[in-house]
Design a protein. Structure first.
Length: 567
């Protein structure tokens, strides 16, 4: 294996100087890494031999980057998209030329260290990580590989097998109304980006979100997820399986983020977030805090910001990239809070100039891209200096405080729904391992859990794992994001609409149909086939139950879970 040498002495010296210059504890960055490590424990990877990423690889990726495929990167001088080289201005040419190389050998050494061992880089050099990837901003050409490394940590080569199996087996029995709404939302999530109008993009994003709705029946589908999934899919090089895994990883690593998109928790958790956020704002800028509380209801725009990952109505897609960078490194709730706080502080002169009689004007401004006006003048400064100027301890202490009135509501909400996603994916993971192990001893080895060749075999998995949890209280709802900033009637009632059950799209047992089926004319035959496949999968589960070794860790819990589905 080729060895890559890093300039450890220079990196450690720079780490020390950053610690003196920017006395931040980096507790948030390190805590987020700990959550990722914990979430990745026990995941089965097709490891093979890790491919070393060399200095030559880095130079190649920088030099041969395809700007025509990146509609999110713009010229830092004029803001022009770099997709069409015929439209380039001299400043665009200069920007591209400067981006062909890394600015210093120190940064190059850190990039190589991080790409080859992200956990080691973050743990050993947290200040360097924050400096190069947040304060200075990561090289946009490297965003795909950096995100992939951080999402998979040290397992570089492939999507974890558990996520892959779920993705493959849950591509069926989509909820009709959810699918319609997803298809409707895809083209209007980032309407100015042609990438999201491409037929293959539309199809793959639709599949990812439909599969996730089958997998996470508690959440189902919520419109704002497209802002996250769309950007993940773009920067993970159109890898649908890895995008699906990234979505699972994010939601399982940060259950609070999951809960703000879940109908039975949305109202409670958004209110909790608002109380925590306003407490932070009060400590950072009491004057602005008091003024907002006197003139408007902040939740009208805060809820929309958080449910769209602050990516709706942005004048420059570079902003979206930097929001996602921050959230991936420091955590999604922290990232959304920091950017929201920065936005309010940046708009303070405008907000203080408006009074109670200007309520609608404030809503229009904060729900439109005009709110980024002060930021767009220097995006790097906003995400570098402003966002990182607050002490981590402020966010850690305030975000752990739960309003008393929320405690009982949270308990009640959680008592009505038990999150089934993790148990499902763990079942796939464990069954795949144990069934593979028992193939040589089984007379029915051709019926392995994840190698069925018949299309119908996939149908049964959701029938067992998901359909018993399906909801039937679906309500049709129109898009909230697309017209929010321009429709006063929507703005005046937006607070209520955001918390309405209609905002999300729970799975409905009345409208489930297999992928590709356009009508229900053959529903009786379909039910018979589903029952047949259901029985077949139960048989496989019984076989898996019988070959599980009770001496192995967590096997008894797994057996208990299997029994729930085969009784």
């Amino acid at each position: 294996m080729m060895e890559v040498k890093f300039d450890w002495e220079s990196l450690l010296e720079f780490e020390g100087s950053l610690s003196d210059s920017f006395p931040r504890l980096n507790r948030i960055l390190l805590q987020n890494l700990e959550r990722r490590i914990e979430q990745c424990q026990g995941i089965n990877h097709d490891m093979g031999q890790k491919q070393v990423y060399t200095a030559e690889d880095l130079d190649r990726d920088l030099m041969h980057y395809d700007f025509s495929a990146d509609e999110f990167t713009t010229c830092t001088k004029c803001g022009l998209s770099l997709k069409r080289n015929l439209d380039y201005k001299p400043c665009c040419e200069t920007f591209i030329e400067n981006s062909r190389v890394v600015s210093s050998n120190l940064e190059k050494s850190f990039l190589l260290l991080f790409i080859n061992n992200p956990t080691n880089a973050i743990n050993t050099l947290p200040n360097c990580t924050s400096f190069f990837f947040v304060r200075q901003g990561m090289p946009f050409q490297m965003r795909s590989i950096i995100w992939k490394r951080l999402l998979l940590l040290n397992h570089y080569e492939s999507t974890p097998e558990g996520s892959r199996l779920v993705y493959e087996n849950f591509q069926h029995s989509y909820n009709r109304e959810i699918s319609r709404q997803i298809d409707k939302d895809i083209s209007r999530t980032f309407p100015t980006i042609t990438f999201f109008n491409d037929a293959s993009t539309v199809e793959n994003l639709s599949t990812i979100l439909n599969v996730y709705a089958n997998y996470d029946v508690e959440l189902g589908y919520c419109q704002g997820l497209l802002f996250l999934v769309g950007v993940l899919y773009l920067h993970l090089e159109k890898d649908s399986e890895l995008t699906f895994h990234a979505l699972i990883s994010i939601m399982e690593t940060e259950p609070e983020l999951h809960d703000i998109f879940t109908s039975n928790m949305m109202s409670v958790k958004l209110n909790e977030w608002k109380v925590q956020f306003m407490s932070i704002l009060n400590k950072v800028d009491p004057e602005l805090h008091d003024h907002l509380n006197k003139t408007v209801d902040p939740q009208v725009f805060l809820y929309q910001w958080w449910l769209s990952f602050l990516s709706s109505h942005t004048p420059d897609m570079v902003i979206v990239n930097k929001i996602m960078d921050l959230c991936i490194f420091e955590g999604w709730k922290v990232g959304l809070f920091k950017v929201s706080l920065g936005l309010l502080v940046a708009n303070k002169p405008i907000l203080l100039a408006l009074g109670e009689e200007d309520e609608e004007v404030i809503y229009q401004h904060m729900l439109n891209e005009a709110k980024w006006g002060a930021v767009i003048k220097d995006v790097s400064y906003f995400f570098g200096e402003t966002i990182l100027s607050w002490d981590d301890s402020l966010f850690i202490s305030e975000m752990n405080k739960v309003p008393e009135q929320n405690l009982l509501a949270v308990k009640r909400a959680h008592s009505t729904h038990k999150r089934s996603g993790s148990s499902v994916i763990n079942m796939f993971k464990n069954l795949s391992v144990n069934i593979t192990r028992s193939r040589s001893d089984s007379d029915n080895s051709e019926h392995s859990f994840y190698t069925n060749s018949e299309p119908s075999s996939a149908v049964s998995s959701t029938s067992v794992f998901s359909r018993s949890h399906l909801r039937s209280d679906f309500n049709e709802a129109e898009s909230l994001f697309s017209d929010m900033a321009s429709n006063e009637s929507v703005i005046s009632g937006v607070s209520g609409k955001l918390l309405n059950e209609q905002f999300r799209y729970p799975v409905s047992s009345k409208e489930v149909y297999p992928k590709g089926l356009s009508d229900r004319s053959s529903s009786s035959g379909l039910e018979a086939k589903l029952q047949q496949e259901n029985d077949h999968l139960r048989k496989l589960l019984r076989e898996a139950y019988n070959v599980l070794d009770d001496s192995q860790e967590n096997v008894l819990q797994l057996k208990s879970t299997i029994v729930q589905y085969i009784d």
